[in-house]
Design a protein around this ligand. Structure first.
Ligand SMILES: Nc1nc2c(ncn2[C@@H]2O[C@H](COP(=O)(O)OP(=O)(O)O)[C@@H](O)[C@H]2O)c(=O)[nH]1
Ligand SMILES: [Mg+2]
Length: 186
């Protein structure tokens, strides 16, 4: 596996919004039946054989107790997934604050950023979707709506990352921010 290109993908956002569930689903594990807060950092690795990619998913705790630890991990990531959920308005504010903080500290330079709205099986207020679309357009980052429970959107977001880092798209990799992303909704 030495010839595999290693990509580090970090999921950040408020606690209890479904980050760990998303990582479990992507790594083809059963979803946890009861809520277990992530202690600091959790890691899952996925090998994409035909593209020779080693994707490591860093499930980063949203608990403020681990913020310093998580911030340090974020610096070493290639991809940052900014997450907020459909059942928690304050998770949007939390995500925006994180994005602004990382931008101000130049942490997002040369990283691929992705916006994820989680738990869309619980979407009762369309405003969440609109907030996501506006944020994605303003920051020029792709937007995916996901539900780990109903297995919606998770593969789309995974495939996006695979395509982005596949050999033919190496040019893109150098300047992720210069591309005009459209919102990607499923
Ligand atoms: N309805 C619904 N609940 C979810 C979904 N994903 C996670 N949850 C639940 O939300 C809670 C927090 O999930 P978890 O993945 O641990 O969140 P994290 O703290 O952000 O890592 C758990 O009770 C999960 O069962 C989803 O897609 N839909
Ligand atoms: Mg977690």
């Amino acid at each position: 596996m030495d010839d595999y290109k290693a990509i580090k993908i970090g999921l950040v956002g408020d606690a209890n919004i479904g980050k760990s569930s998303l990582v479990s689903l992507i790594s083809k594990e059963d979803l946890p039946k009861i809520y277990t807060p992530t202690i600091g950092v959790d890691l899952r690795v996925l090998y994409i054989e035909d593209k020779k990619l080693k994707l490591s998913f860093w499930d980063l705790s949203g608990h403020t107790l681990f913020k310093d630890l998580v911030d340090n991990f974020v610096k070493s990531m290639d991809v940052i997934c900014f997450c907020f959920s459909c059942d928690n308005q304050s998770s949007y504010t939390y995500m925006c604050n994180l994005y602004n903080e990382y931008t101000e500290n130049n942490i997002l330079q040369n990283k691929l950023c992705i916006l994820l709205l989680t738990k869309i099986d619980k979407l009762t207020d369309l405003n969440y979707k609109l907030l996501g679309i506006d944020f994605s357009r303003e920051k020029h980052i792709p937007f995916f709506m996901t539900s780990s429970l109903q297995k919606i959107g998770c593969l789309d977001f995974l495939n996006y990352i695979i395509k982005f880092y596949s050999p033919v798209t190496e040019e893109k990799e150098q300047k992720p921010k210069n591309h005009n992303f459209e919102c990607i909704l499923s």
